[in-house]
Write a protein that binds this ligand. Sequence first.
Ligand code: PEP
Length: 251
Amino acid sequence: MRKQVIAGNWKMNKTHTEAEDFAQTVKNDLPAAEQVESVICAPFPFLQKLVEVTKDTPLEIGAQNMHYEEKGAFTGEVSPVMLKELGVTYVVIGHSERREIFKETDEEVNKKVHAAFEHGLTPIVCVGETLEQREANKTMEHVEGQVKEALEGLNQQQASKVIIAYEPIWAIGTGRTASAEQANEVCTHIRKALQEKYNGDVAEAVRIQYGGSVKPANVDELLSQSDIDGALVGGASLEAASFLKLVEAGK
Ligand code: PEP
């Protein structure tokens, strides 16, 4: 049985005080980590405080991006070494906003996934199609290609620890959710692709989240699907009560 993982992606939101208040509010009300993994992926300036506040609680802290190099002349970037040193345990890689706005390529995503493993961070790798690709019946081909390129060169042990977030771009921040069946169909396809690339054990071990306008009202149906093992949540993760409900649903 795969354990569900509910991850909030705050994007570029909240003040330092709001971030700390959130963590103080949720930290003692979350289910045990043995039941469901809960993660908040926060902006860089909040990470240290969040790790400190949530120490010895079930809440894990993740970053929303990182560079793949350990150090060097990369002005404005943050390295995996820096994240690890802070106590961060997860990192979102290849979010569609990074791919679209910051022109991140599959090759960079792959380098970041390798760097995450080299430094003991769990990557949450985002994949997903545009509306045009869905309407042109290119969803499976596109998503499978993104998964294979992101995981290229990983050994089986690493591959089985990757978390994949299937996020149809047309459903992110739009209030438009993929139906549970539509979401599951793509997640099942991803699992088959993992079986082909690796083997059945890896395919069965990998957690595949759905992301795209997940909220307390639709999370149960999404999480009840056979190949959906959690959610990556933007808007509905910003409010403590809502995040707690989402994590509860993952139990
Ligand atoms: C996201 O940020 O990855 C996301 C899915 O956002 P939202 O839940 O707001 O659609």
